[in-house]
Design a protein around this ligand. Structure first.
Ligand code: CO8
Length: 259
């Protein structure tokens, strides 16, 4: 089935796929179908052996201005419970390949939460990150209170969540919420550059390393260190580890096959 609200390019760059949110008139408001399409595309690309890194983007004006308020407005708590949209978000979180958000313009509400669900964020200088849900009588529901707080600290996160005031790209970079900020004409290219530098690495090691970094947010130090150690040992079961170390010793570039 061809998706309606996203554009998918499996080889936007060699071994780098691109998913573009494509509801420009609605500032890429995240309705249920769009989120289902994103999750399905990620699942497919995650299984595609030709893809090593995935970039998720919107357009220059908006990454996404949040959940679709018009779709949500009349729903009851029980409607929300039964629709269970967050199972889609859990699916997105299970993507094993590195996922980079390339963000320009509005990244608000669910849009901010979606880019924080990615592994890294490349921002244009016009990007605005915010959790404005309080202004429409609700609060973040897709991880905003947790991920934003871990990324930028309690005081600033509390202020953003309680006032709805967004944060500039520069401030987001100073707080470590985003990896880098570039001029607006360059954010997608910069995301591709970052993706290409990761695509050169062993995909097995990248997967295990991503899993291990994510553990830092999900567990205590002891358990995280244990998990990291297990994954470190596991890389020694891959041909890529043999190739990578042999290439270093033989002073030649490594050629990683993903096995
Ligand atoms: N939902 C639905 N439509 C939207 C949304 C949205 N979140 N954001 C913008 N639009 C629509 C507007 O209604 C407008 O449509 P129309 O032309 O038909 O009137 C069009 O996009 C353009 O928007 P504006 O005219 O408002 O553009 P401005 O440049 O004047 O303003 C803003 C841009 C500041 C981004 C403004 O549109 C705005 O405040 N949008 C809402 C932001 C917001 O409150 N986001 C949070 C939503 S709640 C949420 O995300 C909860 C997440 C929890 C679960 C996640 C599940 C997916």
């Amino acid at each position: 089935m061809t998706p309606e609200f996203i554009l998918v390019t499996p080889q936007a760059r060699p071994q780098v796929a691109l998913i573009q949110l494509n509801r420009p008139k609605e500032l890429n408001a995240l309705n249920l179908q769009l989120m289902q399409e994103v999750a399905a595309a990620l699942q497919q690309l995650d299984q595609d052996p030709e893809v090593r890194v995935i970039v998720l983007t919107g357009n220059e004006r908006a990454f996404a201005a949040g959940a679709d308020i018009k779709q949500m407005a009349g729903r009851t708590a029980i409607d929300m419970l039964l629709i269970d949209q967050f199972s889609i978000w859990d699916q997105i979180r299970r993507t094993t390949k590195p996922l980079i958000a390339a963000v320009s313009g509005f990244a608000l509400g669910g849009g901010c939460e979606l880019c924080m669900t990615c592994d890294m964020i490349v921002a244009s200088e016009t990007a605005r990150f915010g959790q404005p849900e309080i202004r429409i009588g609700t609060m973040p529901g897709a991880g905003g209170t947790q991920r934003l707080t871990r990324a930028i600290g309690k005081a600033r996160a509390m202020e953003m969540v309680l006032t709805g005031e967004p944060m500039s790209a520069d401030e987001a970079a100073r707080h470590g919420l985003v990896n880098r900020v570039v001029p607006v004409g360059q954010y997608l290219e910069e995301a591709f550059r970052l993706a290409a530098s990761i695509a050169k690495m062993s995909p097995v090691a990248a997967r295990l390393a991503k899993e291990s970094v994510n553990r830092a947010f999900e567990t205590h130090l002891d358990e995280g260190l244990h998990f990291e150690r297990k994954n470190f040992y596991m890389t020694f079961a891959s041909e890529d580890q043999k190739e990578g170390m042999a290439a270093f010793v033989e002073k030649r570039p490594a050629e990683f096959k993903g096995r």
